[in-house]
Design a protein around this ligand. Structure first.
Ligand code: 1GP
Length: 271
């Protein structure tokens, strides 16, 4: 029998890469790809990932609230990794998203869920899988803000109100006090994006990186997020809808805008 508790701890290469790159560039861009057999084949996902990497994206996130087939997730990650040199990180929508093929997993807790299963239950069930696979796991507090879309519905979130930034910031601060390495502010895929006031307040009260996603569709949205203090901008729907058509040309313009806005931000996160 393998004693998994004796295995070497997973390295922190991806976490170090994220922190170093935020400190250097001021802001990063992550491309989210959904490993869902009802949406796209692994080959198409890998093609999209390659366009995103060539456009200057800093990492590929693989995951989705409705991805349900573990083998399909493995296959998708495997083929993406053959095509790109940037980190491929699991952004898990559920247990079936855990895969040993990725460079790291965002080990996240949906802190404003009404159901303990999404706060700690799923994570406990995934913990041995992650330990055996020896994947780098980066702890992340995940907060869902109105409207929340599919992620909010699936995660049974008590949605954080758009007009009350203090409430989201209180969760972010508590997450930092618990020792989470990252915070993800999520408005839900394909809807209204997070109000900049929420990003601003969160990034001013905590000293861990803020990832922001949901509804980012153009360079104006992206710049606003960076200027409000977001360290990483995540885009999903835009990539699925546009990147194949122009081979990532318009995405490159958005990423250049993120990098330009990032240059004016001074970041100095500790590892
Ligand atoms: C969803 O925040 C991400 O988890 C991305 O949202 O699909 O709207 O870019 P979009």
């Amino acid at each position: 029998m393998v004693n998994i508790l004796m295995s070497e701890p997973a390295k922190s290469d991806v976490y170090n890469y994220i922190i170093d790159k935020i400190n250097r560039d001021g802001a990063l861009h992550f491309s989210l790809i959904d490993p869902d057999p009802l949406r796209q084949s692994p080959t198409k996902a890998a093609k999209l990932a390659k366009f995103c990497a060539d456009a200057g994206s800093d990492a590929i996130l693989v995951g989705g609230s409705t991805a349900f087939d573990q083998n399909f997730v493995d296959k998708t990650i495997e083929i993406i990794k053959e095509k790109v040199d940037i980190p491929v990180i699991i952004f898990p929508g559920g247990l079936s998203n855990v895969s040993s093929k990725a460079d790291a997993i965002l080990f996240m807790s949906l802190l404003n869920s009404s159901d303990p299963y999404f706060i700690i239950g799923q994570q406990a069930l995934a913990s041995y899988m992650i330990k055996v696979a020896n994947i780098e796991h980066i702890s992340m507090g995940y907060l869902i803000i109105e409207p929340g879309a599919t992620a909010g519905w699936v995660g049974n979130a008590k949605l954080l109100p758009r007009k009350k930034p203090k409430l989201t910031a209180a969760y972010a601060l508590a997450a930092e006090m618990f020792g989470f390495n990252l915070i993800y502010l999520e408005a839900g895929s394909g809807g209204d994006s997070i109000p900049p006031e929420i990003i601003k307040l969160c990034s001013s009260v905590i000293n861990i990186p803020v990832i922001a996603g949901g509804g980012v569709q153009n360079k104006e949205d992206a710049r606003k997020f960076v200027e409000s203090g977001a360290d990483v901008i995540v885009m999903g729907s835009y990539i699925e809808d546009h990147v194949q058509k122009d081979k990532g040309a318009a995405l490159k313009v958005i990423i250049d805008e993120i990098k330009d806005a990032g240059k004016r931000q001074i970041k100095n996160y500790n590892k």
